[in-house]
Design a protein around this ligand. Structure first.
Ligand SMILES: O=C(O)CCC(=O)C(=O)O
Ligand SMILES: [Fe+2]
Length: 303
């Protein structure tokens, strides 16, 4: 594990007119790792830390209140600890770009006006960042348009109940994210996240306050015609401290199918995946219990 570090992308440099070099780094990071840290993004650190405080409060609510956070699409609501992931629980919100969904979430959990406002401000900022990142990823592949506008986004607020007895055990099993991209505000103090590199070795992702981590998921792999890596990752308990993270997922198109743009398909790079809708794919992952990207085999063009 030693010596390996995940790539770092400077958002400010990326947005500059002469950001060619940074775009190239972005493409390389997306193809080689499917994972990178972003620095110099526009989300104020004060908003990030306030949001962290608010979500901790929400996760500390009694179980019967958290259970009111019900699914909107399969698996989008509260997830209680299970046999597979006994230390893990999560609250969820679909769709974070919808003010109605934000209101429903906050009233289900009886949040205060301040808590509501914080979540709304964070949702707006993170949604904008997700769209910006999508645009840059498309640009890094030579595609210009805003391809990801209107794609739904989901929050998942994760809590790991780590104790001295659980050090060395699993917090969340190995998986890929199902959607296009994930922006993760990982815990600023408690490590434990590990991503798999191309050789199959796990690399620790150490906390780095003020920055955000981006993971590409199964939709990114299909959309890029196999070029982008859907990074496998897991969370291990390494310290006896509660760990809290906020994942924001840019999922996939709402109604249309996920498919690689024609520019990414040619005789040297034939189409690798059949068109599929995100919701179909999500259900497929859940029903097959194939959580680490294996479900993509069912939508391959030449199985
Ligand atoms: O808690 C973390 O750092 C990772 C969470 C994660 O992988 C997820 O929510 O999909
Ligand atoms: Fe994940």
């Amino acid at each position: 594990m030693e010596g390996k570090c995940i790539p770092v992308i400077d958002m400010q440099k990326l947005e500059e007119d002469d950001g060619e070099q940074q775009l190239k780094r972005l493409r390389e990071a997306s193809e080689e790792w499917g994972c990178f840290r972003i620095v110099n993004h526009k989300i104020p650190s004060s908003l990030m830390s306030e949001m962290k405080k608010v979500v901790r409060e929400a996760l500390d609510l009694p179980m019967e209140i958290k259970m009111r956070n019900t699914d909107v699409i399969a698996g989008s609501g509260y997830m209680a600890p299970t046999q597979v992931n006994p230390l893990y629980e999560a609250l969820g919100l679909y769709d974070l770009a919808s003010s109605q969904s934000l209101r429903t979430f906050s009233s289900q959990l009886d949040l205060s006006p301040h808590q509501r406002e914080t979540i709304e401000m964070y949702a707006e900022a993170i949604h904008e960042l997700a769209i910006d990142l999508g645009r840059m990823l498309a640009k890094s592949m030579g595609l210009a348009s805003d391809l990801f506008k209107g794609w739904p986004c989901q929050f998942r607020i994760n809590k790991y109940n780590f104790t001295p007895e659980t050090v060395g055990s699993s917090g969340v099993q190995i998986h890929t994210d199902s959607g296009f991209l994930t922006i993760l505000q990982d815990d600023e103090n408690v490590g434990g996240l590990e991503v798999m590199d191309k050789s199959g070795a796990f690399v620790s992702v150490d906390p780095w306050v003020g920055t955000l981590l981006v993971n590409l998921g199964d939709v990114a792999k299909a959309w890029s015609n196999g070029r982008f890596c859907n990074v496998k990752h897991r969370v291990q308990c390494k310290e006896a401290c509660i760990r809290v993270s906020i994942a924001s997922f840019l999922l996939g198109p709402k109604e249309e199918a996920v498919e690689a743009p024609p520019e990414l398909v040619d005789s040297d790079n034939p189409r690798q995946f059949l068109p599929f809708t995100y919701e179909e794919y999500r259900k497929l992952r859940i029903s097959t219990k194939l959580q680490a990207g294996e479900a993509l085999q069912f939508v391959r063009s030449n199985p």
